[in-house]
Design a protein around this ligand. Structure first.
Ligand SMILES: Cc1ncc(COP(=O)(O)O)c(C=O)c1O
Length: 416
């Protein structure tokens, strides 16, 4: 399909998002904080509210709303499995968010590993995929971190020198929510196979922008969050085969003790889970193909084409602005998620984002919980970065508004 047809089709869907019809100080809302969480289409809002109208109950009961709740929970697990390229139901667990699922995993690993065993993490990661593993040092487990280079990519030589026969787990991100860097997961998988280590991937920042195929990647665990791909605030864990069953997760004796349930404590957010199903249906509606999986993959490829083109336009325009520095891989062919973090010399990112916010342009400032990379790049004292991320609903007109506002800021106008 021609690029401009893809573009027209995607742009024509912007009205699906009711929140984007709001005006702030007379400006239409331009939402560039997809990396913090995307807006949701009407169909997701309807699915959440429909759950309360028709299906509200706890699960596994012998009455109609409980049976419907079972269908919502089971059906959404199957849909997520299709979205991730997983085998099905038993591989998909729910959580409050990615961070809590990862903490539950790390506590279980704490009881599974022995003192002296090693876990490898990276300097590029979000704190949600560092803190839970660093906590294992209390159990005598050695946690090493792979270096991030000044261009925002991982040092794969350092990786190779730190992975060894004692490494039991590599826990790393697929894409950085600060720089957009995409890590070479297939290469890391080869390294982990060689030493017999498990591989856990934080795909929170990758999943909204690229098709995922967990089986082809061969990962043991993969985490993502539906609120980054047009759904409600739900964390998702994919676990391969018997991996979750091997882990002594903390749970109640009343709880089902096997995958995918053994990591799910208490009552889940059923209405939000209904919304996750609708979010994946929404993504699928952008694609063509002879199966749900093929439609999802086609949709993600189209979404990626669109977002990448918008992101490159932002990059090109920001890159021409004096005193503005973009962090992370900047080469023309750099493979990255559509996320750009930048610094404007002498101006605090919080002030930049307050000014943008007043113009109806939503962008986030700070370290974005990617506190370690922000520290390594030397920007903590400067208040971190300003970050813009592209989602399916962003337009070229919004980019022009963003760039004009940034040019006003760099022109020396008093903004606070
Ligand atoms: C790369 C990355 N990993 C992990 C997380 C944490 O996800 P959650 O908010 O679901 O705990 C985020 C959230 O921004 C993220 O961007």
């Amino acid at each position: 399909m021609k690029m401009n047809i893809v573009f027209e089709k995607i742009i024509s869907r912007r009205d699906d998002f009711p929140s984007l019809k709001q005006e702030i100080n007379g400006y239409p809302l331009a939402y560039f904080d997809g990396p913090g969480g995307t807006q949701v289409p009407q169909s997701v809002i309807d699915a959440v509210s429909n759950y309360y109208y028709t299906s509200n109950a706890n699960f596994h009961g012998n009455f109609i709303t409980s049976q419907r709740t079972d269908e919502v929970l089971d059906g959404t697990r199957e849909k997520i499995a299709t979205f991730l390229g997983a085998d099905g139901f038993k591989n998909i667990s729910y959580g409050h968010n990615m961070t809590s699922l990862n903490f539950s995993l790390s506590r279980a690993f704490g009881n599974y590993l022995n003192p002296g065993d090693e876990v490898l993490i990276t300097q590029l990661d979000h704190e949600a995929n560092r803190g839970p593993w660093l906590a294992l040092r209390e159990n005598g487990i050695v946690v090493r971190e792979v270096i991030v280079l000044p261009d925002g990519t991982l040092d794969y030589n350092d990786f190779e020198s730190k992975i060894n026969e004692k490494t039991r787990l590599v826990a790393m991100g697929y894409s950085s929510n600060v720089t957009g860097t995409i890590n070479n997961v297939p290469l890391i998988r080869q390294m982990t196979y060689k030493v017999g280590a498990l591989l856990l991937i934080d795909a929170v920042h990758y999943a909204p922008h690229f098709p995922l195929d967990v089986k082809a990647l061969g990962v043991d665990f993969l985490l993502c969050s539906a609120y980054k791909f047009y759904g409600p605030h739900i964390g998702i864990l994919y676990s391969n085969g018997e991996n979750l069953n091997r882990l002594p997760t903390y749970n109640l004796r009343t709880q089902l003790q096997h995958a995918p349930f053994s990591i799910e404590t208490g009552t889940l957010n059923h209405a939000a889970i209904a919304g996750v199903n609708a979010a994946i249906d929404y993504i699928e509606s952008f694609g063509e193909g002879d199966s749900t999986r093929n439609k999802i993959v086609d949709a993600m490829e189209k979404i990626n084409l669109y977002e990448d083109a918008i992101c490159k336009d932002i990059f090109k325009k920001l890159n021409k602005i004096e005193n503005l520095t973009i962090v992370g891989p900047t080469g023309k062919d750099a493979k990255k998620a559509p996320t750009i973090s930048f610094d404007i010399k002498g101006i605090r990112p919080a002030d930049i984002c307050k000014y943008l916010g007043g113009k109806g342009i939503c962008a986030w400032n700070g370290h974005f919980y990617g506190i370690r990379p922000t520290e390594i790049f030397g920007y903590i004292e400067k208040g971190g970065f300003t970050r813009v991320g592209v989602s399916v609903y962003n337009t070229i007109e919004e980019v022009d508004r963003l760039i004009n506002a940034i040019k006003t800021i760099t022109s020396g106008v008093q903004i606070n």
